[in-house]
Design a protein around this ligand. Structure first.
Ligand code: GTP
Ligand code: MG
Length: 282
């Protein structure tokens, strides 16, 4: 069975320097495929606003036409959306910068600039988004997205600058000023995936967890007679009835001493945080 007895933990505390070295090495040993599957760091930037413009109405038979400069367009927004077909954060290995388009500048004849293009960051269901850690302190949680299709506004684009037509007033009929657009905010984010499952199957390596999932659902996880066949959690849907189903997650094996970094460690247990029931196979 899984051992988390107090005596074991006591050994670690009492251990000498060599023990500590070993622990560090083990923690680094988490396979790369697992590290990037459920964690990612990305950069998002909302679009800058377009500049306003100084222009005047010039037309035959229209003397003193007055200020005629249009406003700049607003910068594009950054949205986050849950894509139900994604089940990992692997795409963020390739692509980590997301920048919304900038607003167009205003033009003469009171033409306002077009709005910048929005950017939509697609994430897997169950993703927690927090600000990137600063000075070792963990950032604040900004969003938690659970359901496919769920969409949230993360950053609002910068406002466009006003053109000189907007500054016309009773006391200043010929304003020769215009604003420049506001800069769009930018942010580094840390994404963390916690699978959305009703039941989690945990247990010792090679206990038959994947076999169980393959029997009760249509999922086809890798099954083999050696420990740590499963490196990434597998999901399966079990249907009881026409309209009642549950999602079951098969997780990697848990060894005695996982809290010290043995086996794959126990970081992957965060995927069980949202499960209503845990099934322990030993
Ligand atoms: N005899 C017997 N063998 C089983 C049973 N269930 C699974 N096995 C075998 O046990 C081996 C390991 O099964 P897996 O389903 O890969 O085990 P796992 O717990 O997912 O293992 P890891 O993912 O490596 O941690 C396979 O060779 C299975 O054929 C069972 O009920 N009886
Ligand atoms: Mg397995």
């Amino acid at each position: 069975m899984l051992g988390f007895e107090g005596g074991e933990a006591g050994d670690v505390v009492g251990g000498d320097g060599i023990e500590g070295e070993e622990v560090k090495e083990k923690e680094k040993g988490v396979p790369a495929v697992m590290r990037c599957f459920d964690r990612a760091k990305i950069f998002v930037k909302a679009g800058d606003g377009g500049n306003g413009v100084v222009a005047f109405w010039r037309e035959k038979y229209v003397p003193f036409g007055g200020p005629f400069g249009g406003d700049g367009g607003r910068g594009g927004n950054v949205y986050v959306e849950v894509d139900g077909s994604m089940n990992s954060l692997l795409p963020f290995q390739q692509n980590i910068h997301f920048r919304a388009g900038r607003g167009s500048h205003g033009q003469g004849k009171k033409q306002n600039g077009a709005k910048g293009e929005d950017v939509v960051v697609k994430v897997a269901p169950g993703t927690v988004i927090r600000e990137a850690a600063m000075d070792g302190e963990q950032g604040e949680v900004l969003l938690e997205l659970l359901y496919p299709g769920q969409r949230a506004l993360l950053l609002l684009g910068g406002r466009g600058g006003r053109g000189n037509a907007s500054f016309k007033s009773g006391t200043n009929k010929v304003p020769k000023v215009a604003e420049i657009g506001e800069e769009g905010p930018e942010l580094w984010l840390e994404l963390e995936l916690k699978l959305v499952a009703d039941v989690g199957i945990i247990g010792a390596p090679n206990a038959g967890k994947s076999t169980l999932l393959s029997v009760i659902s249509a999922a086809q996880p890798a099954i083999a007679n050696y420990p740590f066949t499963t490196l990434l959690p597998n999901l399966g849907v079990v249907s009881f009835d026409y309209d009642s189903t549950m999602v079951v997650a098969d997780l990697p094996g848990l060894l005695e001493g996982a809290h010290r970094g043995f086996g794959l460690g126990h970081e992957f247990l965060r995927h069980t945080e949202r499960c209503s029931a845990l099934f322990v196979l030993s």
